[in-house]
Each structure stands twice: as C-alpha cells, then as structure tokens.
Design a protein around this ligand. Structure first.
Ligand SMILES: [Zn+2]
Length: 69
C-alpha cells in the first residue's frame, strides 16, 4: 500500500490501460505525464503510442486476412 503525499490512504487509483502500471494521485509532474485517450488513462505517452501501434497492427492483420479469404 502506498500512501499519498498527505499521508492518507489513497481512496482511488487506476491502472494504465496499456501496461497496468498503477497510477496514483501523485505529483503534478506525474499527472502531467498521464495521458487520457478514448476515456482510458495511460501512464505515459509511450503507452498511448504503443496501444495505437498495436491497434494499427491488428487492423492491418485483419485487412490482410479479409483480403486472402
Ligand atoms: Zn503504461
């Protein structure tokens, strides 16, 4: 269990939608690093990019499969 900066337990936290890293109500710097996309929270721009690239790969694979069947 991690404590918030005011010494109280954190009542709510969420995980990065990509890598599952816990996102605490942390410092302003951390909050600035968080990214919101499609209503999901990501821990960093890196995870947003990774997720978008994965979606693109899946879309491309689906297109290839549709074209060959
Ligand atoms: Zn992440």
């Amino acid at each position: 269990m991690k404590f918030s900066q005011n010494g109280l337990y954190i009542e709510s936290y969420c995980k990065c939608a990509n890598c599952g890293t816990l996102i605490y109500e942390a410092s302003a710097e951390d909050q600035k690093a968080q990214k919101l996309q499609d209503g999901k929270t990501y821990c960093s721009a890196w995870c947003v990019d990774w997720k978008n690239q994965r979606d693109a790969r899946h879309a491309a694979a689906a297109a290839v499969k549709a074209a060959t069947t």
